[in-house]
Write a protein that binds this ligand. Sequence first.
Ligand code: ADP
Length: 638
Amino acid sequence: MRIPVSGEKERFPVWPCGTGAGSFGVYREDRLEKYKVLKEYFGYDGFRPGQEALIGGILGGQDVLGIMPTGAGKSICYQVPALLLPGITIVISPLISLMKDQVRGLNEAGIHAAYINSSLTEGQIRKAMELAGQGRYKIIYVAPERLLSGLFQEFLSRAEISMVTVDEAHCISQWGQDFRPSYLNIVHMIAGMKRRPVVSAFTATATEEVKNDILCVLGLQNPRVLVTGFDRENLYFEVRSGGQKDQELLQYVQEHRKESGIIYCATRKNVEAVCELLKKTGIPAVRYHAGLSPQERKYNQDLFIFDEQPVMVATNAFGMGIDKSNVRYVIHYNMPQSMENYYQEAGRAGRDGERAECILLYSPQDVRINQFLLEEKEFREEMTKEEQEAVRERDAQRLKLMAFYCTTRDCLRGYILRYFGEKTKRRCENCSNCLKEYTEEDVTNICKSILSCIREARRSYGAGTIAAVLHGSKSEKIRGYGLDRLTSYGTQAEVAEYRLREIIGELTAKGVLRSTDDKYATLRLTQAAEKILEGQEAVVMKFSRAEEKKAPAQKKKKQTSGDLDAAGWQLFERLRELRMQIARAEKVPPYIVFTDKTLMDMCLKKPKNRAEMLSVSGVGAAKYEKYGEQFLEGIRGR
Ligand code: ADP
């Protein structure tokens, strides 16, 4: 493999179509070549878990399915073999922003790539296809809508395609929330090709239904399926409940002023309010939701991606296809609708592998908001009543398990990983529950009161009402319903209402109570309640103490950034500034120049010359030629 030399007019290696004819799509695997490509183009010394196995499969001519969490490094799994296979790799990707970002990153790394989607004019597409036909691109990203177009089909009939890669492969599954009918074009495209290329598919969605759909619908042949662990060790998880959300948010964002973060809200209205709140306090923030014009959405997204504005306040409409690697925190102002959504959104933090924080601000009100949103959900026309009902039931169940995440006292990471079907350690020591100190309390009597109250009330009520009755609330509502005449009224007056609600929440999570799935979430007793009411079973629950064992923020920088001292951090700031200047001049997002992690490694290694700079993780040959000298000078302090 030839490495581009600085100053060459044609910096990018050119692979003419037809190279390797006869060895179609097959590569005699040479272990070293993979490492060479990884180092020379991407600047990395080793593969992450799962990458090598998938790359090996592809290079051996085998179809593969890689299921790996966000940030695990799926792109490398197809980009490295794409460079080693004789022909062209077609990557199908659902989002324009994602394609642009990937292509930009590849070109920076010295790999000639292109994209074809609706952001280009017909003329531009024609030109791109012409260059592709001349073998100018090794990797071509295509939107699924384009696959069956005449122009593209004509290109396929002439070109040598070694691999078809399906990114975000879950979009092919009708089970997932992201089903894209145009993904079915992929099947037709492959079927129509004169020789079947290797097919590789990647997704972060791990459910069995989705996995089987991908395997079946895409028709993967004898595939190597690899599911890596879903844990993202660099992410710290925290749930905060019972506090003032606005204050908590402001305080957090102010303490992390220099860092890039996303704040997710459940509704457009909340996005507007939170964005206003931040701006009023002098914190630069931009907004994103489906109610804004496409121009404003794009503009705001770019401000965020280019690090011009550090904070993005958004609904879940934002994020798919955002590759920004230096998002240092993701705060959920409202609880999302499912653990799948939560992990996907929170997972946008820390893609560079540096420590990042995922904080969920929970209030029971969030459950209502989501129930309302789910009720409003529209279904595709072709879905039958029964199918709609099944989806509604599944949504309600997912919401319940999401709410349990917010109230559990167990290790949060453990909860997440178990949800996705993985075995875990009891404690991770990197989530708010593991770092909090708990006291244990016997709450049998309180539970008995709660259960008696629910039994005694003639109708079913939700947690808030039951807590208010037991506490002895004098509100209109309680009196209006005549609930102040119940014998359990005021029997737990000394216990705070929020604590009573917490206990009710835990009883529901334990299956002693069952709450209805509608927006009222009214409570019923289950069989398990009898034992407690009859005094056969005691209930002990954990409650958090006000103070925490260790402040997570302090643990933070030490954990992944090694021994960066004060001078090291100053240097980091200087290099960030330099990166920003370069990014502005080149009109690319700063993380495309170098990721935060790469800058950190520079600050630790303080390279003095070319060879030392090339040993920094993330500095490949092409990047060195472009930026190496400037950063060496930056480190020398000039
Ligand atoms: P995914 O698509 O799985 O969400 P990406 O492909 O965007 O993840 O990779 C996330 C980050 O990890 C990127 O910055 C990428 O360059 C980096 N990365 C990937 N593979 C490696 C590796 N082997 N060594 C170091 N960094 C890597």
